[in-house]
Structures are given as C-alpha cells and as structure tokens.
Design a protein around this ligand. Structure first.
Ligand SMILES: [Zn+2]
Length: 148
C-alpha cells in the first residue's frame, strides 16, 4: 500500500479501468464474469467515472481511500488554483476539486489531460511547501549583538 498517492497519478490509473463520464462521479453496469476478474476486491461496480471519480475509484481499489473521503485522501483538491480556462467570473481563483469537475463536465477535457494539468499544480504545491518548510533566515541586524 502506498503511503501517499498523487491525485494526478490516481486519475491516470483510474482512467485505465473506467470509461469517461460527465455529470456524476461514477456509473456502473451490471457485473459480468469479466468484471469480477477485473475488480477482484469484489466491492467495485464502477465502469464509468469522471476525473475525480477515477481517482477515488483507483484509491479504493488499492485500499488507500481514507474514510471514503476524496478530500482526506487527496487534500490537494482543497488548494486554491487559477482557472486554466476563460470561465473565471468573480475570482480567478477557486478550489482545485470543483475546477476538475468543471473541466471534466463543461469543457469535456480528457481525464488524462486533467491529470497532466493537476500534476503541474502538484509541482507548484510541492515547491510552495518546500519554501514554507525552510527556516527563516536569521538577519545579522535583527538581534541586538552583545559587544564586550
Ligand atoms: Zn471553464
């Protein structure tokens, strides 16, 4: 079991075992013998999934979906990001999760393209966290220096 799964990777992997879907997270068809082989854990019926659905589908298959919560499994979906399309109205920033749904449903981006875009967000977030984690540089003039 992977300790940390990237959202982009989960979208990519989930897209390999489901067909694209607009308008809802999952859709399923009656299970056939072939499906039982495909989903050996026995608890999965999804045959179609949107980009986020594909990610949770994959996380569930690997047993890393936390409390059935997409947000807890992939906290990055809460990150504030700018629109990659021209649809920004009041603000040019919004949460990543709803934006993924928007790209999937409104612009019918292929899930692989969404995964690629999400990967650029993940790289930016990693850089941001590295920056935050850096200790504050100590300024030589900030502290009074004892001179005796
Ligand atoms: Zn848009």
């Amino acid at each position: 079991m992977e300790k940390h799964m990237k959202l982009s990777e989960a979208i990519r992997e989930g897209s390999k075992t489901t067909r694209p879907l607009r308008g809802s997270m999952y859709a399923s068809c009656p299970r056939s013998e072939a499906d039982i082989d495909r989903y050996p854990d026995g608890g999965l019926l999804a045959t179609h999934a949107c980009a986020l659905g594909a990610a949770t589908h994959h996380a569930r298959r690997l047993g890393v979906l936390i409390d059935a919560s997409t947000l807890k499994t992939f906290p990055i979906i809460d990150a504030q990001v700018s629109y990659p399309c021209a649809c920004a109205t009041v603000s040019s920033w919004t949460a990543l999760g709803p934006l993924i749904v928007h790209l999937n449903d409104t612009h019918t981006w292929p899930r692989e393209a969404i995964a690629e875009w999400v990967e650029t967000i993940e790289k930016l977030e990693e850089q941001r966290q590295v920056t935050i984690a850096k200790p504050e540089p100590v300024s030589a003039s900030a502290e009074p220096v004892a001179t005796h």
